[in-house]
Design a protein around this ligand. Structure first.
Ligand code: ATP
Length: 360
């Protein structure tokens, strides 16, 4: 019944009294893939993960790992590895004992434990730390040990709940690459919970963007970023300029706050439509003048941010704000940067997306 999924959630729902934390969620993860559940606080990410882990019982629906329905099995019989934000290592046991714990519980021989620990320490590149105690390791190293411990029993699926949340930014970024590389090397199917969009983009094959207990959109990072299907996804993943307006009789454009915006595809005349354009897609200055979709804009401010510059423009009679990003070192900006300077801005309509349509 499961086809080729390594992990499948089939219309899984969770109610806590009157609160529905997860609503009829269906999710398929192919073998070896890493799927990130991404969304704001309270959208149901952790509850979903806890149901997969077996710490919460779904109010409805089934959870299937490989070809086994695990919905009614306790956590320890689901063959999962888990890592959480707080490393949860045993402080009074050495690193090697921490890693061997699951094997010992499973009654494996001492020799087997020793081999597996050595293999795991190599995997997380801490081969020489087996005799140390967790407190003697850095946060990043402790989290690698937690990973090693979760992988030692060769689980079918790895669950990661904000595993890097306690680390500082630089370490978090390097660990994102490290865990991703390890996950790919082992080919282990992984479900990651994060509220950090960069983490999701860096680590995931597929991002499932959640809001209010539902998956709004799932896809490869670039697809979700470039082709958001809803306003929420456009605004949650990165930043977006969103123009709302009614489709003109031509079906090709809308009027938004007194400015004409060309649509990337035809829409029904009279329909209420929202169009999203990423700041980095906005062309500034003379180059914009050549685009069919262009407008006059007033520069409100321009800020240097190292890797890129951000511009805030105002357009139309309502002085509607438009945000633009431009990569540093890409030649003249197209504006001199004088306060209130007038210039052209525009974008290729193919760089915009219709994110909401309400027919009359
Ligand atoms: P965060 O990023 O803040 O951890 P989340 O997306 O993981 O948020 P959940 O922790 O899954 O969200 O919570 C989803 C909803 O379910 C929230 O409204 C939360 O208050 C509620 N909830 C979660 N656990 C319980 C519980 N044990 N009892 C009652 N309500 C709960």
């Amino acid at each position: 019944m499961t086809g080729s999924s390594a992990l499948r959630l089939d219309r899984v729902r969770k109610d806590f009294g009157p609160v529905t934390a997860v609503q009829e969620m269906t999710l398929d993860i192919a073998p070896g893939q890493l799927v990130a559940l991404l969304g704001p606080s309270g959208c149901g990410k952790t509850t979903t993960l806890r149901m997969v882990a077996g710490f919460e019982t779904p109010s409805a629906g089934r959870i299937v790992i490989g070809d086994r329905d695990v919905t009614d099995l306790p956590p320890h019989r689901r063959n999962l590895g888990m890592v959480f934000q707080n490393y949860s290592l045993f402080p009074h046991r050495t690193v090697a004992e921490n890693i061997a714990f699951g094997l010992r519980m499973a009654g494996r021989s001492r020799a087997e434990q020793r081999d597996a620990v050595a293999r795991m320490l190599d995997l997380v590149q801490l081969g020489d730390r087996g005799d140390m105690y967790p407190r003697q390791l850095s946060g990043g190293q402790q989290q690698r040990i937690a990973l090693a411990r979760s992988l030692v029993l060769d689980p079918r699926v790895l669950l990661l709940d904000e595993p890097l949340g306690a680390l500082d930014k630089a370490l978090r970024e390097s660990m994102q690459f490290e865990i991703r590389a390890m996950q790919q090397r082992l080919g282990i199917t992984t479900l990651l919970v994060t509220h950090d969009q960069e983490e999701a983009m860096t680590m995931a094959d597929q991002i499932a963007v959640m809001q209010s207990g539902r998956v709004l959109q799932i896809g490869a990072p670039a697809a979700v970023y470039n082709r958001p299907e809803s306003r929420f996804v456009a605004e949650f993943l990165g930043t977006s300029n969103i123009f709302d307006g009614r489709v003109r009789p031509s079906g090709q454009e809308i009027e938004a706050d007194g400015v004409t915006i060309r649509l990337p595809r035809a829409a029904s005349p009279g329909a209420q439509v929202s169009v999203s354009v990423r700041p980095e897609r906005i062309v500034i200055g003379e180059a914009a003048h050549a685009l069919p979709n262009r407008m006059r804009a007033r520069l409100a401010d321009r800020v240097f941010r190292g890797t890129h510059e951000t511009f805030r423009f105002e357009i139309g009679p309502a002085a509607r704000q438009v945000h633009a990003h431009r990569q540093a070192g890409t030649g003249p900006a197209g504006v001199a940067g004088r306060p209130q300077e007038d210039c052209w801005i525009g974008w290729d309509t193919a760089d915009s997306v219709i994110v909401t349509v309400n027919d009359r």
